[in-house]
Write a protein that binds this ligand. Structure first.
Ligand code: SF4
Ligand code: SF4
Ligand code: SF4
Length: 203
């Protein structure tokens, strides 16, 4: 049984290595921005580098204590098997365990202070608070206290200097689909001032 499991793991690794190699051949021709479609774990390299560096070993996915990570399915092409988060279902604690076990450097080890998955933005047209209903679910769910504030006691705003992109507000949002999205596309942990176009603004 153990041997069978080992064989399965090595097959997965081999397949992952082949995909990564293929990514190396194909992706340099692509515009990196066109592949920024998924929310990646903290510490992830930029998309093109992640797709080529990740061996699809699944260590990060198996390690995540929240079960928040999954592998992209075959229909995602070259990104298949690489880790992503569906924040509506599973936000990220930023425990950084996934970055510690990654054997290839596809997820870099980063400090808790640096780590972020993106930047949450509120769609005011869909937000209940901005439409005049008392809600506040996002503010209550945000673990980074002071990041979400309420204008006139009802309309939420997100401080982009503090937001880590953890997604707890997205999970909690009472609008369906949620009125909050992660906007940078980049999960690379960089200083706040380098992430997204809206940095420094309050949503
Ligand atoms: S930082 Fe922790 S909670 Fe977030 S994806 Fe990695 S292991 Fe999961
Ligand atoms: S606003 Fe708060 S809960 Fe939402 S992603 Fe940012 S830090 Fe997380
Ligand atoms: S939880 Fe969603 S609907 Fe409610 S105030 Fe926050 S963004 Fe708006």
């Amino acid at each position: 049984m153990e041997q069978y499991a080992e064989k399965q793991v090595s097959r997965r690794r081999l397949f992952g290595a082949l995909l990564a190699e293929l990514g190396n051949l194909v992706l340099p021709a692509a515009d990196a921005d066109t592949v920024l479609r998924y929310v990646r774990p903290p510490g992830a390299l930029e998309e093109k580098a992640l797709i080529t560096a990740c061996s699809r070993c699944g260590e990060c996915i198996n390690t995540c204590p929240r079960g928040a990570l999954a592998a992209l399915p075959p229909e995602e092409g070259l990104a298949m098997g690489t880790p992503y988060l569906d924040l509506r279902q599973n936000p990220c604690d930023l425990c950084l365990e996934c970055t510690r076990v990654c054997p290839t450097g596809a997820l870099r080890v980063v400090n808790r202070e640096e780590a972020r998955l993106g930047l949450a933005r509120i769609d005011r047209g869909r937000c209940l608070g901005w439409q005049g209903t008392l809600c506040q679910a996002c503010k209550e769910a945000c673990p980074e206290k002071g990041t979400i504030s309420l204008m006139d006691a009802s309309r939420p705003r997100i401080d982009s200097m503090r937001c880590t992109g953890c997604g707890f507000c997205i999970e909690a949002c009472l609008a369906d689909p949620p009125a909050i999205k992660l906007t940078t596309g980049s999960s690379v942990s960089v200083p706040t001032t380098q992430v997204g176009k809206e940095v420094g603004k309050v949503d």
